[in-house]
Design a binder for this molecule. Sequence first.
Ligand SMILES: [Zn+2]
Length: 317
Amino acid sequence: MRGLGFEEVFALLGAVQLSAADLVRLRDWVAGVAHPDECIALIEGAATGRPCPHCGCARKHRCGQASGLQRFRCLGCRRSHNALTGTPLARLRKKECWLTYLQCVLDSRTVRDAARVVGVDRTTSFRWRHRFVPGAMRERPTMLGAIVEADETYRLESQKGARKLTRPARKRGGVAQRRGINREHDCLLVARDRNGETLDFHTGRGQVTAAQLGHCLMPVLPPDVLLISDGAMAYRRFANEVGITHEWVNVHAGERARGAIHVQNVNGWHSRFKTWLVRFRGIASRYLIHYSGWQRILDARRLATPAHLLCAAARRW
Ligand SMILES: [Zn+2]
């Protein structure tokens, strides 16, 4: 049988009575279709004018193509590079599928689900996730605003995917050996200002310390900041040591807010993060910061299209 031409398919489609569900399917499908050249053009466009990744020299000449990308020879060090050299996306294959894959990232699909949608192997889907997400999440505010809420959330440490466990295995959905927050928990510290700018830090295992707060927050807090937290001693100690203005809410005693003094924005972020995480059915500790970075990108809605995500991930470290 002769294959249908585009015009014929289009005409047929026009003749079909589409249900609401059909329309959703069709829109999703169209949204996911990308011409292979689109991705290449975005990558090349994002790299325009970049100097040599090896020596920083700006002078180069074209020397052929490789993997669909223009290759350049640097006139300074004579080494060759392309638009992705020195980025997390270097040497990844199947560029024609990347934009579809990035839509899956925006849709928070699991590794398995994204593999099915894009038509790649599950291992590829996994590898891509851990290149694209860390690539895009480098898009971070460098400084927070005048009022910053900070709070931590704790997750039971997980060695999911590890070949060798450093402790006896827990049953799925396991519980900690001891009560309270201890070395079995990973700490995710989140600082969020009143404009919604958000920063996340995996501080390691156990209760956050004043030293860790200093290490994470000092570079991103303006000198005249008002820091707001719950009553945890570490915040009071940290604020005292570095001499910043600090207010705290006695959450444990049921206090929610004293006027503008509250941690509801950061708590809201934590609660959205926890709800969002459920679909992944347990995440490994070593990827915790990837997932919080991913949620941060989605929550901020600044990288809202596959093209935005691609350009952020294709930036050099
Ligand atoms: Zn060079």
